[in-house]
Ligand binder design. Sequence first.
Ligand code: CAA
Length: 257
Amino acid sequence: MTWDTITLTVEDGVATLTVDRPDQLNALTVDTLEAIEAGLAEAAAEDARAVVLAGAGEKAFVAGADISYMVDLSTPEAQAYAELGHRVADTIESFPAPVIAAVDGYALGGGCELALACDLRIAADSAVFGQTEIDLGIIPGWGGTQRLPALVGDETARRLIFLGERIDADAAAECGLVGEVVADEAFDARVDELADTLAAQSATAMRAAKEALNAAGDGPTAAGLAVERRAWSGLFGTHDQREGMQAFLEKRDPSFE
Ligand code: CAA
Protein backbone atom coordinates (compact mmCIF):
# COMPACT_ATOMS: atom_id res chain seq x y z
CA MET A 1 0.00 0.00 0.00
CA THR A 2 1.31 3.47 -0.82
CA TRP A 3 0.70 6.92 0.56
CA ASP A 4 2.64 9.83 -0.88
CA THR A 5 5.42 9.65 1.67
CA ILE A 6 5.32 6.14 3.12
CA THR A 7 4.93 2.62 1.82
CA LEU A 8 3.41 -0.29 3.69
CA THR A 9 3.68 -3.98 2.92
CA VAL A 10 2.23 -6.79 5.01
CA GLU A 11 3.60 -10.27 4.43
CA ASP A 12 3.36 -13.36 6.62
CA GLY A 13 2.25 -11.28 9.59
CA VAL A 14 5.09 -8.74 9.28
CA ALA A 15 4.18 -5.18 8.35
CA THR A 16 7.00 -3.08 6.94
CA LEU A 17 6.35 0.64 7.07
CA THR A 18 8.96 2.66 5.17
CA VAL A 19 9.22 6.42 5.33
CA ASP A 20 9.79 7.32 1.71
CA ARG A 21 11.27 10.80 1.19
CA PRO A 22 14.85 9.80 0.48
CA ASP A 23 15.76 13.11 -1.18
CA GLN A 24 15.06 14.89 2.13
CA LEU A 25 16.60 12.02 4.11
CA ASN A 26 13.06 10.99 5.15
CA ALA A 27 12.49 14.15 7.20
CA LEU A 28 9.00 14.14 8.67
CA THR A 29 6.39 16.61 7.45
CA VAL A 30 2.84 16.81 8.81
CA ASP A 31 1.69 14.68 5.85
CA THR A 32 4.34 12.05 6.56
CA LEU A 33 3.42 11.82 10.24
CA GLU A 34 -0.26 11.48 9.32
CA ALA A 35 0.65 8.80 6.78
CA ILE A 36 2.61 6.87 9.43
CA GLU A 37 -0.46 6.98 11.67
CA ALA A 38 -2.67 5.75 8.83
CA GLY A 39 -0.13 3.06 7.92
CA LEU A 40 -0.04 1.79 11.50
CA ALA A 41 -3.86 1.71 11.60
CA GLU A 42 -3.82 -0.34 8.40
CA ALA A 43 -1.16 -2.69 9.81
CA ALA A 44 -3.31 -3.20 12.92
CA ALA A 45 -6.39 -3.83 10.77
CA GLU A 46 -4.42 -6.49 8.93
CA ASP A 47 -3.48 -8.12 12.26
CA ALA A 48 0.24 -7.54 11.85
CA ARG A 49 2.14 -9.63 14.41
CA ALA A 50 5.29 -7.50 14.11
CA VAL A 51 6.05 -4.14 12.50
CA VAL A 52 9.32 -2.96 10.99
CA LEU A 53 9.74 0.81 10.76
CA ALA A 54 12.41 1.81 8.23
CA GLY A 55 13.58 4.67 6.03
CA ALA A 56 13.94 4.59 2.25
CA GLY A 57 17.26 5.14 0.49
CA GLU A 58 20.85 4.50 1.46
CA LYS A 59 21.49 7.41 3.80
CA ALA A 60 18.83 7.77 6.46
CA PHE A 61 16.32 6.14 8.75
CA VAL A 62 14.78 9.56 9.45
CA ALA A 63 16.81 12.81 9.66
CA GLY A 64 14.24 14.44 11.96
CA ALA A 65 11.30 16.76 11.72
CA ASP A 66 11.22 18.79 8.52
CA ILE A 67 13.26 21.93 9.13
CA SER A 68 11.94 23.79 6.09
CA TYR A 69 8.43 23.32 7.51
CA MET A 70 9.44 24.33 11.05
CA VAL A 71 11.55 27.38 10.32
CA ASP A 72 8.69 29.92 10.39
CA LEU A 73 6.27 28.18 12.77
CA SER A 74 4.56 30.17 15.51
CA THR A 75 4.29 28.74 19.02
CA PRO A 76 0.67 27.52 18.53
CA GLU A 77 1.64 25.89 15.22
CA ALA A 78 4.65 24.26 16.87
CA GLN A 79 2.41 23.05 19.71
CA ALA A 80 0.16 21.33 17.14
CA TYR A 81 3.20 19.75 15.45
CA ALA A 82 4.46 18.49 18.83
CA GLU A 83 1.01 17.06 19.59
CA LEU A 84 1.03 15.21 16.27
CA GLY A 85 4.54 13.86 16.90
CA HIS A 86 3.50 12.73 20.38
CA ARG A 87 0.40 11.06 18.97
CA VAL A 88 2.43 9.10 16.41
CA ALA A 89 4.93 8.03 19.07
CA ASP A 90 2.03 6.94 21.32
CA THR A 91 0.50 4.98 18.43
CA ILE A 92 3.79 3.11 18.00
CA GLU A 93 4.14 2.55 21.73
CA SER A 94 0.60 1.23 22.12
CA PHE A 95 0.57 -0.78 18.86
CA PRO A 96 -0.72 -4.24 19.81
CA ALA A 97 2.40 -6.02 18.48
CA PRO A 98 6.12 -5.29 18.72
CA VAL A 99 7.52 -2.51 16.54
CA ILE A 100 11.17 -2.66 15.45
CA ALA A 101 13.07 0.46 14.43
CA ALA A 102 15.39 -0.73 11.65
CA VAL A 103 17.97 2.07 11.68
CA ASP A 104 20.16 2.12 8.61
CA GLY A 105 21.72 5.59 8.28
CA TYR A 106 20.84 8.78 10.16
CA ALA A 107 18.35 8.75 13.05
CA LEU A 108 18.52 12.36 14.18
CA GLY A 109 16.16 14.58 16.17
CA GLY A 110 12.60 13.43 15.60
CA GLY A 111 13.98 10.38 13.77
CA CYS A 112 15.77 9.26 16.91
CA GLU A 113 12.59 10.00 18.89
CA LEU A 114 10.53 7.83 16.55
CA ALA A 115 13.02 5.02 17.15
CA LEU A 116 12.81 5.60 20.92
CA ALA A 117 9.06 4.93 20.81
CA CYS A 118 9.61 1.52 19.19
CA ASP A 119 9.90 -1.69 21.20
CA LEU A 120 13.28 -2.69 19.79
CA ARG A 121 16.01 -0.80 17.95
CA ILE A 122 18.39 -2.58 15.62
CA ALA A 123 21.13 -0.62 13.86
CA ALA A 124 23.34 -1.15 10.83
CA ASP A 125 27.03 -0.60 11.47
CA SER A 126 27.00 2.76 9.72
CA ALA A 127 23.94 4.16 11.53
CA VAL A 128 24.24 7.52 13.30
CA PHE A 129 22.06 8.58 16.22
CA GLY A 130 21.57 11.96 17.83
CA GLN A 131 19.22 14.40 19.50
CA THR A 132 20.74 17.27 17.56
CA GLU A 133 17.96 19.84 18.07
CA ILE A 134 20.16 22.10 20.20
CA ASP A 135 22.13 22.96 17.03
CA LEU A 136 18.89 24.41 15.64
CA GLY A 137 18.12 26.48 18.73
CA ILE A 138 15.40 24.08 19.95
CA ILE A 139 15.10 20.88 22.04
CA PRO A 140 13.66 17.41 21.37
CA GLY A 141 9.89 17.76 21.04
CA TRP A 142 8.55 14.31 20.18
CA GLY A 143 9.21 12.52 23.45
CA GLY A 144 13.02 12.56 23.53
CA THR A 145 13.30 14.43 26.83
CA GLN A 146 11.15 11.73 28.42
CA ARG A 147 12.02 8.46 26.63
CA LEU A 148 15.78 8.97 26.19
CA PRO A 149 16.70 9.17 29.90
CA ALA A 150 14.55 6.11 30.59
CA LEU A 151 16.60 4.16 28.08
CA VAL A 152 20.15 5.47 28.52
CA GLY A 153 20.11 7.09 31.97
CA ASP A 154 19.94 10.72 32.97
CA GLU A 155 23.60 11.74 32.52
CA THR A 156 23.92 10.24 29.04
CA ALA A 157 20.60 11.75 27.96
CA ARG A 158 21.74 15.17 29.18
CA ARG A 159 25.03 14.84 27.29
CA LEU A 160 23.24 13.85 24.10
CA ILE A 161 20.61 16.59 24.35
CA PHE A 162 22.84 19.40 25.67
CA LEU A 163 25.72 18.72 23.28
CA GLY A 164 23.72 17.52 20.28
CA GLU A 165 26.31 14.75 19.92
CA ARG A 166 26.02 12.36 17.00
CA ILE A 167 27.00 8.84 18.01
CA ASP A 168 27.70 5.78 15.91
CA ALA A 169 25.89 2.46 16.21
CA ASP A 170 28.43 0.89 18.57
CA ALA A 171 28.26 3.85 20.95
CA ALA A 172 24.47 3.72 20.76
CA ALA A 173 24.57 0.04 21.73
CA GLU A 174 27.02 0.75 24.54
CA CYS A 175 24.69 3.28 26.16
CA GLY A 176 21.58 1.15 25.68
CA LEU A 177 20.02 3.15 22.89
CA VAL A 178 20.01 0.15 20.56
CA GLY A 179 19.84 -3.55 21.34
CA GLU A 180 21.78 -4.91 18.40
CA VAL A 181 24.30 -3.74 15.79
CA VAL A 182 24.63 -5.65 12.53
CA ALA A 183 27.14 -5.35 9.67
CA ASP A 184 25.68 -3.22 6.89
CA GLU A 185 25.65 -6.07 4.37
CA ALA A 186 23.83 -8.43 6.77
CA PHE A 187 21.37 -5.83 8.05
CA ASP A 188 18.25 -6.45 5.95
CA ALA A 189 18.43 -10.22 6.42
CA ARG A 190 18.81 -9.86 10.19
CA VAL A 191 15.88 -7.43 10.40
CA ASP A 192 13.73 -9.93 8.46
CA GLU A 193 14.83 -12.74 10.73
CA LEU A 194 14.07 -10.77 13.90
CA ALA A 195 10.65 -9.70 12.61
CA ASP A 196 9.80 -13.25 11.52
CA THR A 197 10.82 -14.60 14.92
CA LEU A 198 8.60 -12.07 16.70
CA ALA A 199 5.71 -12.79 14.33
CA ALA A 200 5.99 -16.51 15.00
CA GLN A 201 5.40 -16.09 18.74
CA SER A 202 1.94 -16.16 20.30
CA ALA A 203 0.37 -12.84 19.29
CA THR A 204 -1.81 -12.93 22.39
CA ALA A 205 1.14 -13.44 24.74
CA MET A 206 3.14 -10.81 22.86
CA ARG A 207 0.35 -8.25 23.25
CA ALA A 208 0.11 -9.04 26.98
CA ALA A 209 3.90 -8.79 27.39
CA LYS A 210 3.97 -5.40 25.66
CA GLU A 211 1.09 -4.08 27.74
CA ALA A 212 2.78 -5.17 30.97
CA LEU A 213 6.21 -3.82 29.95
CA ASN A 214 4.64 -0.50 28.99
CA ALA A 215 3.21 -0.28 32.49
CA ALA A 216 6.60 -0.90 34.15
CA GLY A 217 6.91 2.77 34.98
CA ASP A 218 9.90 3.83 32.94
CA GLY A 219 7.87 5.22 30.06
CA PRO A 220 6.90 8.83 29.52
CA THR A 221 4.20 10.35 31.69
CA ALA A 222 1.44 12.55 30.30
CA ALA A 223 2.67 15.35 32.57
CA GLY A 224 6.26 15.01 31.32
CA LEU A 225 5.16 15.08 27.69
CA ALA A 226 3.01 18.15 28.35
CA VAL A 227 6.04 19.96 29.81
CA GLU A 228 8.07 18.96 26.75
CA ARG A 229 5.39 20.25 24.35
CA ARG A 230 5.20 23.55 26.20
CA ALA A 231 8.99 23.98 26.39
CA TRP A 232 9.49 22.95 22.75
CA SER A 233 6.81 25.12 21.20
CA GLY A 234 7.76 28.08 23.43
CA LEU A 235 11.09 28.24 21.60
CA PHE A 236 9.43 28.94 18.25
CA GLY A 237 9.71 32.57 17.28
CA THR A 238 12.85 33.13 19.37
CA HIS A 239 15.94 34.53 17.67
CA ASP A 240 17.87 31.29 18.18
CA GLN A 241 15.18 29.02 16.70
CA ARG A 242 14.77 31.20 13.62
CA GLU A 243 18.54 31.59 13.23
CA GLY A 244 19.35 27.91 13.93
CA MET A 245 16.92 26.62 11.32
CA GLN A 246 17.63 29.34 8.76
CA ALA A 247 21.34 28.57 9.08
CA PHE A 248 20.69 24.88 8.42
CA LEU A 249 18.66 25.68 5.32
CA GLU A 250 21.34 28.11 4.10
CA LYS A 251 24.06 25.51 4.84
CA ARG A 252 26.01 27.76 7.23
CA ASP A 253 26.84 27.80 10.94
CA PRO A 254 24.27 29.49 13.18
CA SER A 255 25.04 32.57 15.21
CA PHE A 256 23.15 32.21 18.50
CA GLU A 257 22.39 34.98 20.99
N1 CAA B 1 14.46 18.64 7.43
C1 CAA B 1 14.38 19.06 6.16
N2 CAA B 1 15.27 18.74 5.20
C2 CAA B 1 16.29 17.93 5.58
C3 CAA B 1 16.44 17.46 6.88
C4 CAA B 1 15.47 17.83 7.83
N3 CAA B 1 15.50 17.40 9.10
N4 CAA B 1 17.55 16.69 6.94
C5 CAA B 1 18.09 16.70 5.69
N5 CAA B 1 17.32 17.44 4.87
C6 CAA B 1 17.53 17.73 3.44
C7 CAA B 1 18.64 18.73 3.23
O1 CAA B 1 18.17 20.07 3.39
C8 CAA B 1 19.05 18.42 1.81
O2 CAA B 1 18.12 19.01 0.95
P1 CAA B 1 18.64 19.75 -0.41
O3 CAA B 1 19.25 18.63 -1.21
O4 CAA B 1 17.37 20.27 -0.99
O5 CAA B 1 19.65 20.77 0.02
C9 CAA B 1 18.85 16.90 1.73
O6 CAA B 1 17.97 16.54 2.79
C10 CAA B 1 20.13 16.13 1.93
O7 CAA B 1 20.71 16.57 3.14
P2 CAA B 1 22.23 17.13 3.26
O8 CAA B 1 22.64 17.76 1.96
O9 CAA B 1 22.32 17.96 4.48
O10 CAA B 1 23.00 15.74 3.42
P3 CAA B 1 24.38 15.49 4.18
O11 CAA B 1 24.76 14.10 3.86
O12 CAA B 1 25.34 16.60 3.89
O13 CAA B 1 24.00 15.60 5.75
C11 CAA B 1 22.68 15.17 7.71
C12 CAA B 1 23.13 14.68 6.32
C13 CAA B 1 23.89 15.17 8.66
C14 CAA B 1 21.62 14.21 8.21
C15 CAA B 1 22.12 16.60 7.58
O14 CAA B 1 21.15 16.61 6.53
C16 CAA B 1 21.45 17.10 8.83
O15 CAA B 1 22.12 17.50 9.76
N6 CAA B 1 20.11 17.14 8.84
C17 CAA B 1 19.35 17.70 9.92
C18 CAA B 1 19.31 16.77 11.09
C19 CAA B 1 18.57 17.43 12.23
O16 CAA B 1 18.98 18.45 12.75
N7 CAA B 1 17.46 16.82 12.65
C20 CAA B 1 16.65 17.33 13.71
C21 CAA B 1 15.52 18.14 13.18
S1 CAA B 1 14.65 18.99 14.48
C22 CAA B 1 13.60 17.85 15.11
O17 CAA B 1 13.55 16.72 14.69
C23 CAA B 1 12.75 18.42 16.19
C24 CAA B 1 11.99 17.46 17.03
O18 CAA B 1 12.26 17.27 18.17
C25 CAA B 1 10.81 16.83 16.51
